[in-house]
Design a protein around this ligand. Sequence first.
Ligand SMILES: O=C(O)[C@H](O)[C@@H](O)[C@H](O)[C@H](O)CO
Length: 439
Amino acid sequence: MAGPQFPADFLWGVSASAFQIEGAVAEGGRGRSSWDTFCATPGKIAGDETADVACDHYHRYAEDVALMAGLGVDAYRLSFAWPRIQPDGSGKPNPEGIAFYDRLLDALCAAGITPVGTLYHWDTPQPLEDAGGWRNRETALRFGEYARIAAERFADRVPMWIPINEPMVTSIYGYAIGQYAPGEFLLLDALPTAHHQNLAHGLAVQALRAAGADQVGTANNHGPVWPVGPDDGDAASAMDELINRLFADPVLLGRYPDRYTEHLPAGFADDLPAIATPIDFYGVNYYEPQAAASPSPGNPLPFDLVPVEGYPMTTNDSPIVPGALTELLVGMRDRYGDALPPIHITENGCSFDDEVGPDGRVRDGARIEFLEAHLRALADAMAAGVDVRGYFVWSILDNFEWSKGYAPRFGLVHVDFKTLQRTPKDSYRWYRDLIASAR
Ligand SMILES: O=C(O)[C@H](O)[C@@H](O)[C@H](O)[C@H](O)CO
């Protein structure tokens, strides 16, 4: 297969998250999470859909592992549901929760697939959310304890760990503008939640290492921020600092961008050494660039968020700009230099209106084009000297896309959410053949 060449030891993977695929929300001793509560609130999710069943991965994990084995992936990035392991967010682990992940990890290892464990993908145990969630520093301390429990139980089979998925999204979409759980509308007063998640990351890195974890990294979502016009440079910097650097700088450089420190909790600087605990890899979730303009009168933020135009779009309203991935990675290499460990693309993918045809095939050529173009962009960044070691497609299965429900389909495998039937798409076969030819 002609295409970009990748090193023989490049890691090929797929990603998913517990809340988006597991279902069985009231089974096996699992506690409620902030997202269960958010889904149960009328009007928060398209069509008032919930993840109570989702892909029913909790019961069908063996079938899904077989689909991953069929792809020939090296690794599967999963997330552990904190409320399944610690239903209240503290105290002794739930034996049935541990047992589920033992079954899943054993199946992955038996299939020769390396588990990459994300500890938190947004499903905060409700009792912790009731106590303030990420606004409360205590949540970071609880998270450190949860990380120790998970590492003690699973580090023998999980060589790569990611404490927190996309803390930016929880802070901005969950606490600042109320589009995601818990649905708070705090604007810049949400920034303590960013600091507490960064602290939780650092405490988890330390706990994972102490419990024998091999490699620890991140999964931060990043994208270049483009100024709309010649006078919008400062606005673009302000947005870049808020969505990218507020989460990368403290972990990689041990400091925050100055512009937002007034919004951080008193004494934040004392936590920076823990936050900057060295990591082994830097996980990047990339989907799209952003654009910013100078703030309109009355806007409390130092920038206006402006749609990126002039590019083809996915059905999830994301502009398709592969070149922005190269720009992002080269920019990160230039900004962080030796402070930047090897990179893994921990998520990249797209949604389209995929349907099973009368012949049983799902023709998702647009997804193949998207993935191929982003792999070329990745190869361009590597050719420019950026140290990238792996790539994980979002996602192995169509799943619950947060406030948009089940309409956006990101999977390499189609899921009929009535029958729960899985149907590999054309992109599944394309990715399988690419991986085989890359070996
Ligand atoms: O990046 C994210 O927002 C999350 O990590 C995923 O949970 C999403 O489902 C995916 O990105 C598609 O939007």
